[in-house]
Design a protein around this ligand. Structure first.
Ligand code: SAM
Length: 186
């Protein structure tokens, strides 16, 4: 899966890049590890932002953090950085030896894309276990429209039970819910 920091939008729907946060590195890696996600890419074109990720990873993988909390070392094993979504995808496709099904997520109804229900995608993954998947999450106020143009489909938004249909989850919550709905053993 990939967490996109560029291109995303701000509250005025302008294209921006967002900063990578420590919380997103750790919490999403841990969720990925629980559900057997093979690679988690933090996607940001700026070198300084990627260096921040690698400083955090080095601390927990080989530095004092590795002795302090070996479980965190395990959780961070499969975290990678990439300059762009297409670079991450190319790398993932090459590793899989096949084109991954590339699916974006959104809290909103993204009308121009084919929408996949959780049920449909879960069934497809179960019926075709060899089918590689690349699941994309946004930051800021969500993924830029260029990302939606580049994917095969969009997952239906997670809906809860609020009377006003409030859907705006933190990306960390959204990742955990999506992974459980798609890959959980319930
Ligand atoms: N800084 C913010 C945070 O984490 O609180 C980032 C918000 S960002 C818009 C949240 C991302 O999580 C979205 O781009 C989408 O990938 C996912 N997301 C949030 N709510 C969702 C929902 N109801 N259904 C599906 N995906 C959702």
């Amino acid at each position: 899966m990939g967490l996109v920091h560029w291109p995303v939008v701000d509250r005025l729907n302008k294209q921006v890049a967002t900063n990578i946060t420590n919380l997103d590195i750790h919490d999403i890696a841990r969720a990925g590890r629980v559900f057997g996600v093979e690679r988690y890419y933090l996607i940001h074109p700026m070198r300084e932002q990627q260096m921040f990720v690698h400083r955090v990873l080095d601390h927990w993988r080989t530095g004092r953090g590795a002795q302090f909390n070996p479980m965190r070392k395990t959780a961070l094993t499969d975290v990678y950085t990439a300059d762009t979504l297409s670079v991450a995808l190319k790398e993932w496709n090459e590793l899989c030896g096949a084109e991954a099904l590339c699916i974006a997520t959104s809290a909103r109804d993204e009308m121009e894309n084919p929408i996949l229900s959780f049920k449909t995608l879960r069934a497809r993954l179960q019926e075709q276990p060899g089918q590689p998947l690349f699941l994309i999450f946004g930051t800021g106020f969500g993924l830029h429209k260029d990302v939606y143009k580049a994917v095969h489909g969009v997952l239906e938004p997670i809906r809860g039970a609020s009377s006003e249909d409030y859907r705006h989850l933190s990306v960390r919550s959204a990742v955990s819910i999506c992974l459980d709905r798609l890959l959980g053993t319930w």
